[in-house]
Design a protein around this ligand. Structure first.
Ligand code: NDP
Ligand code: HSE
Length: 443
């Protein structure tokens, strides 16, 4: 066997994920070399602050603030800094210099992916990003390679660890969103700016990446319908549990025909939803993720595991390091991304699903009939109605009608019809307030 030279790996970032990648590379250096067929050397680690306290085995002399020089002397560049800049510029420099690049940066990929893939294609380098979606879960390779001969119809999943952790803590321990988010940040799950997590931006970026791969179509992050969990209340989570549901932040990517225009396209959305407590996604606890893929020939596949966390995510990054290093040894150009289908991304109004609407109404004769007529007039079919009397409000003027809470479950309805129904409910004289509108998935 021909001896291959040592491959030099540049690491950009030594935070939650980067520090773990460095430690694993240093600890398992010989075993990784045996798998690759070449030695692998951590050439350096770029950070912002050389003196920041670090719980890692990285030798001090490997740390540098000069990322550019480090890149230019490396075969493989691993970007784990996060953010758009300077990550984008550094990755472009690395690719242009012929290095393979590994990144976990979904924000960057979902925003500047085409530019980066184009740069990689120009020089025959490869951009790997298994860790960008689902943390430790292998989902990028299955979609890009294993299912490349099939036709993916739908993806449904939990793709953000932080929000799943928060909703799970609210559900199982009655914690507030703020309490749970503080714990998720301390555990290294949350993004540097956790608005990316709770606002649904991170999940939308991941949904864009998954949809692009699955449907061979470029789906930019800003084409994804996005609702975060900031409006989800502890009351909603508790009420959902009582009614046999769990609240989860879901990412749903599907092929669809827009009923309004007849156009075939794809729909990609991220929003909180109720799922039955018997559904497998209801058993996804903590920072775990789970992704269901439905493909024409393969049928239903489920991918499950740690969706965030330094060491767990390092596993996916190191898998990419080994792949990139093997490609160096074996040779051959990188594989281009496939966007040949070029399907339109449809608006949220194109979807149909079930909904649960919670209303505070006047507890008077005839109210139910008025509300039922309102649903009917907008073409939304009611499946279930539950009424409970709301405890007396001491501030209520004597003689004023008492209030009741109505929880209405619908059959499948279009998003547009549902929106019109909710708008009419909001202005109806018998409705005090619309307290919650949630989509119901997984039935
Ligand atoms: P951290 O914020 O913990 O770490 C970021 C690291 O990058 C730090 O070491 C920081 O240096 C360094 N850095 C930031 N900006 C610069 C810069 N301009 N120049 C040099 N170094 C810089 O991030 P994470 O490890 O949590 O995340 C890294 C990436 O991985 C992100 O893209 C994230 O979305 C993604 N990801 C994270 C997961 C997780 O569970 N945390 C899971 C999957 C993906 P210093 O230490 O000096 O501040
Ligand atoms: N902040 C992200 C999450 C990290 O919580 O899922 C993993 O991508």
């Amino acid at each position: 066997m021909i001896e291959y030279r040592n491959l030099r790996v540049a690491l950009l970032g030594a935070g939650s994920v980067g520090a773990q990648v460095a430690d694993q590379l240093l600890t398992h250096r010989d075993e990784l070399a045996a798998r690759i067929g070449a030695g692998i050397e951590l050439a350096g680690v770029a950070v912002r602050d050389l003196d920041a306290p670090r719980d890692t085995a990285i030798p001090r002399e490997l740390l540098t603030t000069d990322a550019e020089s480090l890149i230019l002397s490396s075969d493989i560049v691993v970007e784990l800094m996060g953010g758009l800049e300077p990550a984008r510029t550094l990755i472009l420099q690395a690719l242009t210099s012929g290095a393979d690049v590994i990144t976990a940066n979904k924000a960057l990929l979902a925003t500047h992916g085409p530019e980066l893939f184009e740069a990689a294609g120009q020089v025959g380098a490869q951009l790997y990003y298994e860790a960008a979606v689902g943390g430790a879960i292998p989902i990028i390779r299955p979609l890009r390679d294993s299912l490349a001969g099939d036709r993916v119809e739908r993806i449904l999943g939990i793709v953000n660890g932080t929000t799943n952790f928060i909703l799970d803590r609210m559900d199982t321990q009655g914690e507030s969103m703020e309490q749970a988010l503080a714990t998720a940040s301390a555990l290294g799950y949350a993004e540097a700016d956790p608005t990316a997590d709770v606002g649904g931006y991170d999940a939308a970026q991941k949904a864009a990446i998954l949809a692009s791969l699955a449907f061979h179509t470029l789906v930019p992050a800003d084409a994804v319908h996005r609702e975060g969990i900031t409006e989800v209340t502890l009351e909603q989570v508790v009420a959902a549990r009582k009614a046999g549901y769990v609240v989860k932040l879901l990412a749903i990517c599907e092929r669809l025909t827009d009923p309004a225009s007849g156009v075939d396209g794809v729909s990609v959305r991220v929003h909180p939803a109720l799922i039955p407590d018997t559904h497998p996604l209801a058993a996804v606890h903590g920072a775990n993720n789970a992704v269901f893929v439905e493909a024409e020939a393969a049928g239903s596949l489920m991918f499950y595991g740690a969706g965030a966390g330094g060491i767990q995510t390092a596993s996916a990054v190191l898998g990419d390091v080994v792949s990139a290093a093997r490609r160096h040894v074996v040779g051959g150009p990188g594989v281009a991304e496939s966007t040949h289908a070029d399907l339109p991304v449809l608006p949220i109004s194109a979807i149909t699903t079930r909904y649960q609407i919670t209303l505070l109404v006047a507890d008077e004769p005839g109210v139910l009939a008025v509300i039922a007529a309102l649903f009917q007039s907008h073409g939304v079919s009611v499946e279930t109605v539950q009424q409970s009397v709301t405890p007396a409000d001491p501030a209520r003027p004597s003689g004023a009608a008492s209030a009741a809470t109505l929880v209405i479950g619908t059959h499948e309805a279009s998003e547009a019809d549902l929106a019109a129904t909710v708008a009419a409910l909001t202005t109806s004289s018998v409705v005090h307030s619309v307290t919650s509108v949630l989509r119901v998935e997984g039935l």
